[in-house]
Write a protein that binds this ligand. Structure first.
Ligand SMILES: Cc1ncc(COP(=O)(O)O)c(C=O)c1O
Length: 333
């Protein structure tokens, strides 16, 4: 028997708006582009993370935990969202960040501090080599001090977190139905993988056959994301006894948008930020959404997306890292 949807704590402002990008569509030659504004999930613009955290935090609360421990870079949207959730619920956030901040807190990290998170910094290489030992030590120290911590993996991309986008797909399909769209392409950025894994499982579980979901890797190569997203889908399907037959062939990646690496924006991504800002008054971020939006723009320009059927971009948030990248974004303006 499939298990029911797990309980969740209500944190996000849902449903997020689905809006048509009219001016951009006309600019690109009469293409139909929609945007699911998951940057507006609330909790100080927590983006895609808060949908996953609703389930993970419910699990933590049910187990009597009072502290959430997680990891990321200093500009991690996930760490900032976890810090915001902890402040909202009266829990303690402990963030394992890297590399060491060399300037005063900016962007997401400024908010980590304002939300009252406790932060530990590590050099990137040391953290990668000793991840398990570091995490175990932090958890043990917290327990020695009487806290009940729950570890949350990077991006809350664990099987339970996948429910955030399983549910989001139902919400999206419902909104699309109301505006008369029953078949479309849907584009999401992919990094730790939980968003895309949830979106794929959501379309399979709820038989949303009209939604063709594409993932755009923004941090690693397709082989890596195939392993990670595929692994998450299989684990979630098993853990929750989902009646889906997942196969690697269900994943569709739009490759070629990572650039030189994670959090290293390139000229086309910066151009995409400026274009959307000026055409629609909507802000992308330089790490995730701008790169994924480049895939949408290329597809609209070469006729793959938005002509025969609409294309929907899931805006997963991330605005605060714009404020930590002003020099890159402004260039020679
Ligand atoms: C703004 C934003 N968009 C997209 C992603 C990618 O989502 P996921 O990590 O679930 O693949 C992230 C997080 O990594 C993010 O912070």
């Amino acid at each position: 028997m499939p298990r029911p949807e797990p309980e969740r704590v209500t944190l996000a402002a849902l449903p997020t708006p689905l809006v048509r990008l009219e001016r951009l569509g006309r600019h690109l030659g009469d293409v139909q582009i929609w945007m699911k504004r998951d940057d507006l999930t609330g909790l100080e613009l927590s983006g895609n993370k808060v949908r996953k955290l609703e389930y993970v935090v419910e699990d933590a609360l049910a187990k009597g935990c009072d502290t959430l421990v997680t990891e990321g870079t200093c500009q991690s949207n996930h760490c900032r969202a976890t810090a915001a959730v902890c402040a909202r619920l009266g829990m303690q956030a402990v963030l394992l960040l890297r590399p060491e901040a060399t300037v005063e807190p900016q962007g997401n990290h400024l908010l980590d501090v304002l939300f009252g998170a406790r932060t530990h910094f590590y050099p990137q290489e040391r953290f990668e080599n000793d991840r398990k030992a570091i995490v175990d030590t932090v958890l043990a120290e917290l327990m020695e001090n009487g806290r009940k911590p729950r570890w949350i993996p990077m991006g809350a991309s664990e099987p339970l977190g996948c429910w955030g986008y399983i549910r989001a797909m139902v919400e999206l399909a419902d909104q699309l139905g109301r505006v008369g769209v029953d078949a479309c392409d849907v584009i999401v950025p992919v990094s730790s993988g939980g968003t895309y894994a949830g979106a794929l499982l959501g379309t399979m579980l709820h038989r949303l056959e009209g939604l063709c979901v594409w993932g755009v890797p923004v941090s690693d190569d397709v082989a890596h994301h195939t392993r990670e997203v595929g692994g998450l889908c299989r684990q979630a399907a098993k853990q929750f006894a989902l009646p889906v037959e997942f196969a690697d062939a269900h994943m569709r990646f739009l490759d070629g948008y990572v650039g030189e690496g994670y959090a290293m924006p390139y000229a086309a991504a910066i151009e995409a930020i400026r274009l959307l800002a000026r055409m629609e008054g909507i802000i992308l971020d330089p790490v995730y959404t701008a790169k994924a939006f480049c895939a949408l723009l290329d597809g609209c320009r070469d006729g793959r997306f938005g002509r025969e059927r609409p294309v929907v971009f899931i805006h997963t948030g991330g605005i605060f890292s714009d404020f930590a990248s002003s020099q890159t974004l402004l260039g020679d303006e």
